[in-house]
Design a protein. Structure first.
Length: 263
């Protein structure tokens, strides 16, 4: 078991929001939760919050809620603090949550679960700090479902690492069930599109902005770039190819009643 992230997010914190796809809108999982629950007195936690963009976006629909963002990277939290001083930003490990039991109604973790060395510990801690009737909603890549992703074609070492770091959804669901989560649901989103390799080359040349590329060795990265440049130098070869990405949302609730109680 590894004990730290493969990526030094402190080193790239000032660059993190420079990519167009880092923008956030209100979390649809929170919207669904609010439609089913009394919005008064809500307390929300975002684990691996990064530079805080999701919580800042969420605040527009829960202006009176208690919002807390947690991340291990002080550099990322420093960027978050500039965006939302009314949000509590906490530096801590995701599997060592520094909160009292039953502190939060809604806990999210977006694209960060794979970085946690103790994933089962994180899920146990989340269950402990959730209030009865609360919900955990996680969203992440699912590398088991997109072996044809273009990143894996040119940087196969990234696929090996991702398959080691990203738990299969069946493992996540089974672990959540064993801890006590109820109403567990898994929702895949398959995204299929055309990838212009010339445009993509400019993207992957910015290795410092991509966690998949920062996790592989320098040799594996250089080999992928070399192959891509050779192929693109052949003007007769196709420069556009099909691509595929799978995102997975996993939800689980903490029952409204304590074990042994009668609703």
């Amino acid at each position: 078991m590894r004990t730290m992230s493969r990526v030094d997010y402190d080193a790239i914190a000032h660059l993190y929001d420079g990519q167009p796809y880092r923008g956030k809108t209100v979390d649809p999982e929170l919207v669904t939760f609010l439609a089913q629950h009394d919005p008064s007195g809500l307390s929300l936690l975002d684990i691996a919050c990064g530079t805080g963009s999701q919580l800042v976006a969420n605040r527009s629909i829960v202006p009176d809620a208690r919002l807390v963002g947690l991340d291990r990277s002080l550099g990322m939290l420093g960027q978050a603090q500039r965006k939302g001083s009314q949000i509590a930003w906490v530096q801590a490990e995701g599997a060592m949550l520094p909160f009292r039991p039953e502190s939060f109604d809604f806990i999210s973790c977006q694209f960060g679960f794979h970085h946690l060395p103790d994933k089962a510990g994180m899920l146990r801690d989340v269950f402990a700090v959730l209030r009865h009737g609360g919900r955990l909603a996680m969203r992440n890549l699912c590398p088991q479902e997109h072996p044809d992703w273009v990143y894996y074609e040119y940087f196969p070492a990234a696929q090996t690492i991702d398959l080691a770091d990203f738990w299969p959804t069946v493992t996540i669901s089974a672990t959540m069930k064993s801890i006590g989560f109820t109403t567990i649901s898994v929702e895949p989103e398959h995204i299929r599109f055309e990838q212009d390799l010339r445009v993509w080359l400019n993207m992957v040349r910015r290795r410092d902005l991509n966690s998949q590329l920062m996790a592989i060795s320098d040799r594996a990265y250089a080999d992928g770039i070399d192959r891509l440049e050779r192929e693109l130098s052949d003007e007769s070869a196709p420069h556009v190819r099909p691509d595929h990405l799978c995102l997975m949302t996993i939800r689980g609730d903490k029952s409204r009643s304590a074990p042994g109680s009668v609703e």
